[in-house]
Design a binder for this molecule. Structure first.
Ligand code: PMP
Length: 392
């Protein structure tokens, strides 16, 4: 081996993910880890017990590649119950190894080299890597805070981003890392753009049930003429606080789901057998369970947001998700969010993620930092108390 980088050209520029780097920093410094978005309490006991029972009952060999029938039926029923969408569980639903695999398999299954994918930035970090692995090209459209601190895009930038090579709009709503819920008007404009240019929309809706009071999640597939051109991706991880189980799914018209399945069968072939019946139990939980998730997370975000504001940071109030984005410039006039995150464990014993890693054009997010609020009250209070040291 020579000492040159052995990585394929399309993966150069993708180093270790920042989540691994910052989680290691949290572990080595004993800091409160508000970097990676994972809850620190278990999800509903019915769901956990169903997985234990499934292991005891022998659900330990390869399940069907599409996912077990009871989970596919539960996913279809969930889409009907919450959004009025009608899906055939046999051909229009595919279980994946987390939303992560669903995103990668959708991109690999649909894109040819040189195809263009319009993506809003900041974007969840697997999107750019998935597009690159498919040999395709990301065309970013910026989400920037307006005068009220709400992240918005410029419709003219969207129009300019769509060209003859555009194949897919890759959307994420509710949005990580900004906590934005795309509004009905924004969704209409996106749908209209997709219909006019005959584009496929891949929509990552993993935070669909973590929407704060006063905001509403509109699934792209529910808009006129969109069900036939939309692949909807979601995951059990956020809704049931089972991020380590890696059960996700894709729903959409048969030809699009078939494209995803074609890639998925050669990536993982099948996904976690004993977790699938457990998530089928979770998806059938009553309305009160799902209705409680958003308000609960909103309270946590408010608790953390108050502490971040008191520490002197500018908070962009989230409308959903596990995350709060802040502007570090009041505390760090040079606006270097990455340096801020590297220093934070030593300065006050807290770990966060620099938003620059979520941008194709990192200069737009250089001054922004993301904190996770999906933690117990005592952990959030401890973090807030530590953050107060920044303001002193
Ligand atoms: N999409 C978004 C927007 C996410 O935030 C995450 C998890 N952080 C994922 C996808 C990945 O989901 P999963 O763990 O189910 O692979």
């Amino acid at each position: 081996m020579t000492d040159t980088d052995p990585r394929a050209a399309r993966l150069r520029g993708f180093g270790t993910t920042v989540f691994a780097e910052m989680s290691a920093l949290a572990a080595s410094t004993g800091a409160v880890n508000l970097g990676q978005g994972f809850p620190d309490t278990d999800g509903p006991s019915e769901v956990l017990e169903a997985a234990v029972a499934a292991i005891r009952d022998g659900a330990n060999q390869y399940p069907p590649g599409d996912g077990i029938p009871s989970l596919r039926r539960a996913i279809a029923e969930h889409q009907r119950r919450f959004y009025g969408l009608d899906l055939d569980p046999d051909s229009e639903v595919l279980v994946t190894t987390g939303a992560t695999e669903a995103i990668a398999a959708a991109l690999l299954g649909l894109l040819d080299p040189g195809d263009e994918v319009v993506v809003f930035e900041p974007m969840f970090d697997t999107y750019a890597a998935g597009v690159a692995m498919a040999g395709a090209v990301v065309v970013p459209v910026l989400l920037a805070p307006d005068a009220q601190g709400r992240f918005r895009f410029d419709p003219d930038e969207l129009t300019a981003a769509v060209g003859p090579r555009t194949r897919v709009i890759l959307l994420n709503t509710p949005h990580n890392p900004t906590g934005k819920v795309f509004t009905a008007d924004e969704m209409d404009l996106l749908a209209e753009t997709a219909r006019r240019h005959d584009l496929i929309v891949i929509t990552d809706e993993v935070y669909e049930h973590l929407v704060f009071p006063g905001h509403r999640h509109v699934p792209m597939a529910t808009l006129p003429g969109m069900a036939e051109r939309t692949l909807t991706i979601s995951s059990a991880g956020k809704t049931f606080r089972t991020t380590g189980w890696k059960i996700g799914w894709v729903t959409g018209p048969t030809p699009l789901v078939t494209a995803v399945r074609t890639a998925k069968q050669y990536l993982t072939y099948v996904s976690g057998a004993p977790f699938q019946p457990a998530i089928a139990v979770g998806l059938a939980l009553d309305d009160a369970f799902f209705a409680g998730l958003g308000p609960d997370m909103a309270d946590r975000a408010a608790r953390l947001g108050e502490g971040l504001r008191a520490a002197g940071l500018v908070v962009h109030p989230p409308e959903a998700t596990y995350f709060t984005t802040v502007d570090v410039r009041p505390l760090r006039p040079d606006g270097d969010g990455h340096a801020f995150c590297l220093e934070l464990p030593e300065r006050c014993g807290v770990v966060a993620i620099p938003n620059a890693v979520f941008y194709e054009r990192p200069e737009h997010g250089r001054h922004l930092v993301r904190f996770a609020c999906c933690k117990t009250d005592s952990v959030l209070d401890e973090a807030v108390e530590r953050l107060a040291a920044l303001g002193r």
